[in-house]
Structures are given as structure tokens and as C-alpha cells.
Design a protein around this ligand. Structure first.
Ligand code: CS2
Length: 495
């Protein structure tokens, strides 16, 4: 089968083709972390924005961090790829045309610096996952002791995202370049202000006068709008690529499969020109805060609960988990009783409809979203998804039982190697070694809880020392190990 590319694009039905002519598009955006999520989210908004505004200057230079696979998939296809939107209601296909270049950061460090410094680049966007920021998820501060950060500061071609970003910003400053907007599109609380703090923290580590000069330039010339991103995009599988090939009649090694839903709320705080994202359906607002906790706690908090408890119970997919006995009632109770009281949604927002829609999105049988994928990097995700709302409820004298069960699920997930059905449970987490060391000698529920609550970069001290929290965790972890997650959730007093 022939590979999708600019030449055979013309053989596809017009309704599938990019909304802009990729040959006419020039680079205006640098994106760090070009995974499936970016390709099915910001890249589509940017393409539509160009089409609606009649602008061709917002093509994307996508940067891959750790593996060359994305470049190997995209470059031979002239950076074209298809997005398959799928649900029981039907399937839509679109060949996306905004990505125009792919760089592999490790080998093309100089090109990346040049791209960020280029006057034609006005916007840098990022999806590098929580751990890519090398910060402490409890304090939100840069981990200044991180050896990779230290090595970048010392002057090697940068391998951390912060090193790459600040390297490009410094080159832009030296070239007398125009202001820049840096748009964090990861699930982090206050993602824009957080990234700004990390960038400034990194600048301060630079040697000599460079520290002050770059810091001052960032303060005066770079803005960091906060954003809330939402679209469920599982890691692509061979089955997804086969599906795309079947539809296209062409091979597409970079295809992504996603759900119909998509949302992007962006704080309107730009230092210079930007794509007309609002014309592509993004919401440009003065303050993203009302959207943020709602999304991070209801969607991502529930997602993590389903991931740990579902994986333990032996379910490979989120969709299988949420439809297993008791799980829908449990997640609904988690959202209603433990999360909702901590939220201040936008005025007039229909929270009930939002929660019901979320349960439908989780149950989408077409998305093969693995529980073990969502379970990854728990130490980076738990603090904002589950622990912050738990602390808020405890402070109000409430007992957030459903959220505590999810945390106990994580504790069990990181301390056993297999699901209740004997499937391997991979422990992928930047703190995996510590998790293993802390839990390997712990044989009772109380000792596992005790060991893990000692991780200060996950559990803030007041929460770790809360006796009610500890008691619930020990009870839940004990029940999970005696009865199994499937049975605990099936008989969970959720209603
Ligand atoms: C998921 C998110 O993998 C995860 O941790 O919870 O990637 C989730 O699918 C997105 O945030 C949905 O917008």
C-alpha cells in the first residue's frame, strides 16, 4: 500500500482533505511534545483557524523529545496524518495539514533553538506530560536538584523541555527578536503561571550575568496564558493504523483515533500575534480557573480512579471498567460527593449534564484507552486530581470516601505486580524506583500506607498527617487486598 503524502492527497475525497493547502503553509508555531494528543487537538484548532482567517503563517514545527518514532512516521508522509473521530454514533476522518516540520530535539538542538528564536514564530505550545516539567507537584516549584536540569544549565545541547525553551528564548533575546507567547497545554494546575515560574526558576540557574538578562527579558517579553485542554486521545495502536489505512486506502503511520468531543479554553494573554483559535471553536477567556478544577477533578480525577481500580480488577480498557458492575455508580458518587462540593463552575454551567456526558465519554467502546496508560505517572497526577480535593473536603469536616478509595487503589497498584486476573501491571513513573523501595518491605495495609504517605513530593505534610485520611486509606487498602478491586467496587455503598 502507498504511504499517505502530498501527492496522493488529491486522490482522497475532498471532505477528508486538510482545510488549508499544506504546500502554502509556513511555520509560525513551535510545538514541544508532538504526540497523539497534540495531533488530535491543538493542531486541528490551528489548521481550522488558518482556514477561517485566511492565514497561512501558522504552520507547526512539531518537536519530539524522547523517541524518533513520531518523526519517522510523519516525515515520509510530508507531515500529513489522519484523525479518526469515533463513537457509536459514527466515524469521521480528517487528514490534518497544519504540521509542516518535525524536529528530534536530541539531535537537532540547534535547529530547535533557531525555530524558537525565528521572528516568524510567535507562539510556542507544549504537551510534554506532567513529568516533563521537572517540578515538585506539591509545591509547583522547579526541582533545582534534578541532574538533567543541572546538565542543561551547564551548557550541553538541552535535553530537558525547560532547557530547550529557555535556550530558544535566550537566542531570541540576543537576536533582538519580538515578544513570544508560551502556551502550556498539559494538565497541570494553573498551567500558564506554573510554567512561567519554572522558566524563571530555570533562568536564575544560568551562570553569571546571563541569569538576570534572560530573566528580565522573559518578564518583559514573554507571556504564559493558562489553558484547559480536553480530548481523550489514547496512544495509537497497530489496530488504529490499520483502521485508518482501510478507510484511506493509503498507509498512515501517524494516524490517531479520538472521540468526537474536544474543548480548549485559553486565557487571552498573548504577547504578539496568534492563530485565530477562537474561530476554530476555542474559548478565549479572561480567566480559565472556573473551567480548570472542573476538568482536572471531574474528568482526570475520575479517570485515575477508573485506571487504578480497573487495572487491579483486571480490566484492560477504561471503557470496560466503567461498564463493569458498580463502577458507574462509584464514579458518579466520586464526582457528586467528593469533587463537586470543591468546584466553582462558570456561571450558568450545567454541571449535571457535564458529569453525565463524562460517563458516556469514558464508556465510548471505540476508544481503546488502556487503564495502564492512564495509570502512568501517578506521583505526578495524584496531587492535583485527587489529593487537593480530598484535602479541601477534609478541611470542611467531610469524609471523601470515594476519592480515598481511588488513592488506596493507586497504593495497591504501585505495590503489586499483577492484576487480580494475573495480568502484569507496569509501574511507569518517574519515581518508580522509590515506590518499589518503599513498598517492597511493607507487608500490611498499614505499613504500605505509612511508607507511601512519607513521600513529601506527593502528599503535603498536613494531609499525610491527617488521621481521618490515614484511617480511610488503611481500611480501603485492606479491603482491596482481601476482596479485590472488582468486588469492593461492586459492593461499594455508592448511592
Ligand atoms: C488522562 C488524560 O492519561 C491521563 O492521565 O486522564 O490524558 C485525559 O485523557 C485527558 O486529559 C482528556 O482531556
Amino acid at each position: 500500500m502507498e504511504r499517505l503524502n502530498l501527492t496522493n492527497l488529491a486522490t482522497l475525497p475532498e471532505r477528508w482533505r486538510p482545510l488549508v493547502d499544506p504546500r502554502e503553509v509556513s511555520i509560525g508555531v513551535v510545538h514541544l511534545g508532538i504526540g497523539a494528543f497534540h495531533r488530535a487537538h491543538q493542531a486541528l484548532y490551528t489548521e481550522k483557524a488558518m482556514a477561517e482567517a485566511g492565514e497561512a503563517g501558522w504552520g507547526i514545527c512539531g518537536v519530539t523529545q524522547r523517541s524518533e518514532a513520531v518523526g519517522e512516521a510523519l516525515v515520509p508522509q510530508d507531515c500529513l496524518y489522519s484523525v479518526v473521530e469515533s463513537s457509536p454514533a459514527g466515524t469521521e476522518l480528517h487528514v490534518a495539514g497544519a504540521v509542516r516540520e518535525v524536529l528530534f530535539a536530541r539531535r537537532q538542538a540547534a535547529e530547535l533553538t533557531e525555530r524558537i528564536a525565528a521572528p516568524a514564530t510567535s507562539v510556542v505550545t507544549l504537551t510534554v506530560t506532567e513529568k516533563g516539567y521537572r517540578y515538585n507537584p506539591v509545591t509547583g516549584e522547579l526541582d533545582v536538584g534534578d541532574p538533567e536540569v543541572g546538565a542543561d544549565v551547564a551548557g550541553r545541547p538541552p535535553e530537558t523541555v525547560l532547557g530547550q525553551l529557555v535556550g530558544g528564548i535566550e537566542a531570541r533575546m540576543r537576536a533582538g527578536g519580538p515578544p513570544l507567547t508560551v502556551v502550556c497545554c498539559d494538565n497541570l494546575p494553573s498551567n500558564g503561571p506554573t510554567l512561567r515560574r519554572l522558566v524563571l526558576g530555570y533562568c536564575r540557574l544560568l551562570p553569571g550575568a546571563r541569569a538576570r538578562a534572560v530573566e528580565d527579558w522573559v518578564e518583559a517579553n514573554v507571556t504564559f496564558p493558562a489553558t484547559v485542554v480536553d480530548r481523550i486521545v489514547p496512544a495509537s495502536t497497530d489496530a488504529d493504523r490499520a483502521r485508518a489505512a482501510e478507510l484511506l486506502g493509503l498507509l498512515d503511520q501517524a494516524a490517531v483515533v479520538t472521540e468526537p468531543f474536544s474543548q480548549w479554553v485559553v486565557e487571552d494573554r498573548f504577547a504578539g500575534p496568534r492563530p485565530a483559535w477562537e474561530r476554530a471553536g476555542a474559548e478565549l477567556v479572561g480567566d480559565v480557573a472556573p473551567y480548570e478544577e472542573m476538568k482536572l477533578r471531574l474528568l482526570n480525577g475520575s479517570h485515575s480512579a477508573l485506571a487504578y481500580l480497573g487495572a487491579l480488577a483486571g480490566h484492560d480498557l477504561i471503557a470496560h471498567t466503567v461498564t463493569a458492575p458498580g463502577f458507574t455508580a462509584y464514579v458518579r458518587a466520586l464526582m457528586d460527593q467528593d469533587m463537586t462540593p470543591t468546584l466553582s463552575p462558570p456561571a450558568g454551567f450545567d454541571l449535571e449534564a457535564y458529569k453525565t456526558a463524562l460517563l458516556g465519554r469514558f464508556a465510548n467502546p471505540v476508544l481503546r484507552h488502556r487503564t495502564t496508560q492512564v495509570a502512568m505517572d501517578g506521583t505526578q497526577k495524584l496531587p492535583y486530581r485527587l489529593l487537593a480535593p480530598i484535602a479541601a473536603r477534609l478541611a470542611e469536616g467531610a469524609e471523601p470516601r470515594h476519592a480515598c478509595l481511588a488513592v488506596a487503589g493507586w497504593m495497591r497498584y504501585v505495590s503489586v505486580r499483577e492484576s487480580e486476573k494475573g495480568a502484569p501491571l507496569p509501574l511507569e513513573d518517574p519515581l518508580a524506583e522509590r515506590l518499589r523501595a518503599l513498598t517492597s518491605g511493607a507487608s500490611t495495609a498499614a505499613s504500605v500506607v505509612e511508607a507511601l504517605l512519607g513521600m513529601r513530593e506527593v502528599f503535603p505534610e498536613p494531609l499525610a498527617e491527617d488521621a481521618r485520611f490515614r484511617k480511610l486509606l488503611v481500611e480501603d487498602l485492606d479491603a482491596l487486598s482481601r476482596k479485590g478491586a472488582g468486588a469492593v467496587v461492586a459492593s461499594w455503598p455508592a448511592a
